[in-house]
Write a protein that binds this ligand. Structure first.
Ligand code: ADP
Ligand code: MG
Length: 252
């Protein structure tokens, strides 16, 4: 059975989408059949793998609210072993419409059930909020990967996120694990080093050994609709995400 990993942090701009795209692409390149689910109405993950978010015929919104089978919304990325369920602004409506739905937190999990056996890994790119959409992501997941930006306020909001994870585990999804905490946008500054030290002190071996450097190539690749390994394999960002994929595979 495949492993479902939600990538979450209610803060925006901390590297969730960059990690979702690039970790998924690295897993696919390593021969793992991989699905990327875009759970953010901004559609950044969708765009970042070269799918036009304004031209989606059947997207995640339709899966959540129009009774469409998840398999029908799956699109090919053109990259081997790598498929996606795209999203766009339509998902904003889902947030509102789901409120009246029975078992509203379970909708994504229930709709994705048939896909779990098809893939080795399913990555869910969560929106920057602790909204009903994010709850759906956490309920659908086996584990959550938390990204933290290496900056002064890295740990701010983390306790709220961890409380939400505990709540989900208690009430909605007993099996939910923490896959790991990923430090992103590392720079060779004293501040970055201090942040890494603090985070490792607080969270211990929950923190991935792999740290993602600040690397301009990582921020350029999405505008070409490509994961970084297909844009510039040699760059530090590509090498870091390959190392992360190896670490996730080896940790199981
Ligand atoms: P989130 O999904 O958490 O909002 P993103 O992954 O979209 O965060 O990242 C926010 C911005 O920072 C984007 O413009 C992205 O290209 C850039 N970015 C993310 N990670 C890196 C990195 N390691 N190095 C350089 N830029 C990065
Ligand atoms: Mg994002």
């Amino acid at each position: 059975m495949g492993r479902v990993i939600a990538i979450a942090n209610q803060k925006g701009g901390v590297g969730k989408t960059t990690t979702a795209i690039n970790l998924a692409a690295c897993m696919a390149a390593a021969g793992r059949k991989t699905l990327l689910v875009d759970l953010d109405p901004q559609g950044n993950a969708t765009q970042g793998i070269g799918i036009d978010k304004n031209a989606i015929e059947t997207g995640l919104y339709d899966v959540l609210l129009n009774g469409v089978e998840a398999a029908e919304a799956v699109v090919d990325t053109g990259m081997e072993n790598f498929q996606a369920i795209p999203s766009n602004r339509d998902l904003v409506g889902a947030e509102v419409e789901l409120v009246d739905v029975d078992r509203r937190e379970f909708r994504l999990r229930e709709r994705m059930r048939l896909l779990i056996d098809v893939y080795d890994y399913i990555f869910i790119d969560c929106p920057p909020s602790l909204s009903l959409l994010t709850l759906n992501g956490l309920v659908a997941a086996d584990a959550v990967l938390i990204t933290l930006q290496c900056e002064y306020y890295a740990l701010e909001g983390l306790s709220e996120l961890l409380q939400t994870i505990i709540l989900v585990r208690d009430k909605l999804n007993r099996g939910l694990q923490i896959q790991g905490v990923l430090l992103t946008m590392y720079q060779h500054t004293n501040l970055s080093k201090q942040v890494i030290e603090d985070v490792r002190t607080h969270l211990g071996d929950k923190v991935f050994r792999t740290v993602i450097p600040r690397n301009v190539t990582l921020s350029e690749a999405p505008s070409f609709g490509k994961p970084v390994i297909y844009y510039d394999l040699k760059c530090a960002g590509a090498q870091a995400y390959l190392a992360l994929a190896r670490e996730v595979i080896s940790r199981g």
